[in-house]
Design a protein around this ligand. Structure first.
Ligand code: LLP
Length: 426
């Protein structure tokens, strides 16, 4: 019998005879076939990471809604949909992708502070599971659109629990200074208003306190605050069906050791049970921890440029392909695809874009020659999904590896693709 997926440790990338491979495919083979820069993902790693969540939730009512902003390629979505995943969306475009990938709209939750009436109508027509409301104004819009469509909208309130997730300020979302969620003190009145509305059904409660969360305690603090609200609502006769703890679990980029999904879920489930809410559906919205470790960005060294103060490796990937270092000062591991014996030097790894913010890694010891391939690890989340066309660069190709096979799941953009949407004046 094979080991259950939840317990199988899936290594997306490993060295085989010194050469970096994704599952059974040497990365050089992918670069030869599709060029660079190219994102490479491991199917087994994505499915394994998802199974770690569902495995830990087995035996209790639950739903994992993959936060697809992390990586919204249709092939990624369809693998997860087939594994039973729901989806956390933040736009009408993301909903269209879920449907195109064969996902079930009834497993979709809609987050975000600025849902437009058109997006709300689109989501109601698709009969999504729930709107995670972020303001009193949004509730009124949802109620009005639902009434116009003669439909009922299922809603949760996204609570801002004012908990510090101790992460980068750009990706903290559950502090009262953040734009997200409904202020704790305003939550009960908002639920009362929602419960009284004709075209609205109150179904749950939600929070998401941030991203790159490295320990369980902020989650438990948020859970306690949410459970206090669940109790207060029950006393008023408002019974909730689900509790959504959001996403945010970190991954190892360098030397972090974030808790495993099972650890987080075990701790939260114990808290929920202890407080007498074990029958409610537990929901999570993980993004990074599902796809991050499953992906790498493959780039080629074009120029080795020794400098007065620093040595630079100019590669063919840039901040438009992978924005995280430039935007968050993020440290991403860089691995040479083939190992060399020669002496190592310290390099900044930069792209060809015309600004000094265009760097991918700094101060890395590498033995490298022009033409060598590099893999930027942990790039499966918030890599391609944040890519742009800055400097009129077509976005990278994406490839999914499945054992010994690999598939192009997005072709490289051409200049024709970029020009197609524009026109000159008559
Ligand atoms: N749910 C909601 C409502 C969210 O806003 C997010 C992420 C998630 C779930 C998933 O969080 P995760 O499990 O991926 O941490 N671009 C940044 C991360 C932005 C996260 C935004 N919200 C980065 O590259 O680090």
């Amino acid at each position: 019998m094979t080991e259950p997926a939840a317990r199988r440790r899936v290594e997306a990338f490993s060295r085989r005879r010194g050469v970096l491979a994704c599952e059974g495919v040497p990365l050089a083979e992918i670069a030869d076939r599709f060029g660079t820069p190219t994102y490479v993902y491991s199917r087994a790693a994505i499915e394994g990471a998802f199974a770690a969540y569902t495995g830990a939730l087995r035996g209790r009512p639950s739903l994992v809604c993959y936060a697809m902003k992390a990586n919204s390629n249709l092939a990624v979505l369809s693998l997860l949909a087939r594994a039973g995943s729901g989806f956390d969306i933040v736009s009408g475009g993301e909903l269209a992708r879920v449907i195109a990938a064969g996902g079930d709209p009834r497993k979709v939750v809609f987050s975000g502070v600025g849902k437009t009436p058109a997006e709300i109508a689109q989501a109601l027509a698709a009969d999504i599971l729930c709107f995670n409301l972020e303001s009193a104004a949004e509730l009124e819009i949802v109620g009005r659109v639902a009434a116009d469509m003669r439909r009922r909208a299922r809603v949760s309130v996204r609570v801002n629990p004012d908990v510090d997730p101790r992460t980068h300020p750009y990706i903290s979302t559950g502090l009262k200074s953040d734009k997200f969620g409904v202020a704790y003190a305003d939550t009960l009145p908002l639920y009362r208003r929602a419960a009284a509305m004709d075209h609205v059904d109150v179904v749950g409660i939600d929070c998401h306190i941030g991203s790159r969360i490295g320990d369980i305690s902020p989650y438990l603090q948020a859970a306690d605050r949410l459970l206090d609200l669940v109790d207060a609502l029950a006393q008023e006769g408002i019974e909730l069906a689900h509790i959504d703890f959001g996403g945010g679990l970190d991954i190892r980029y360098r030397d972090e050791s974030p808790p495993a999904a099972a650890e987080l879920i075990g701790a939260l489930a114990a808290r929920v049970d202890a407080r007498g809410h074990g029958g409610k559906t537990l929901m999570f919205e993980p993004g990074r921890s599902i796809v991050g470790p499953a992906g790498a960005l493959l780039a080629r060294v074009n120029i080795v440029k020794p400098g007065a103060e620093k040595n630079f490796l100019v590669v063919d990937a840039a901040m438009n392909d992978l924005l995280r270092p430039a935007l968050y000062d993020a440290w991403m591991d860089v691995q040479p695809v083939a190992l060399r014996q020669g002496p190592a030097r310290t390099y900044d790894i930069v792209g060809p874009i015309c600004e000094s913010g265009d760097w991918l890694a700094r101060g890395r010891e590498l033995s490298i020659e022009p033409g060598d391939l590099l893999a930027i690890m942990g790039a499966g989340a918030y890599g391609m999904s944040m890519a742009s066309n800055y400097n009129s660069r077509g976005r990278a190709a994406e490839v999914m590896v499945d054992g010994e096979r690999f598939y192009e799941i997005r072709r490289r953009e051409t200049i024709e693709d970029l020009l197609a949407l524009e026109s000159t004046l008559p």
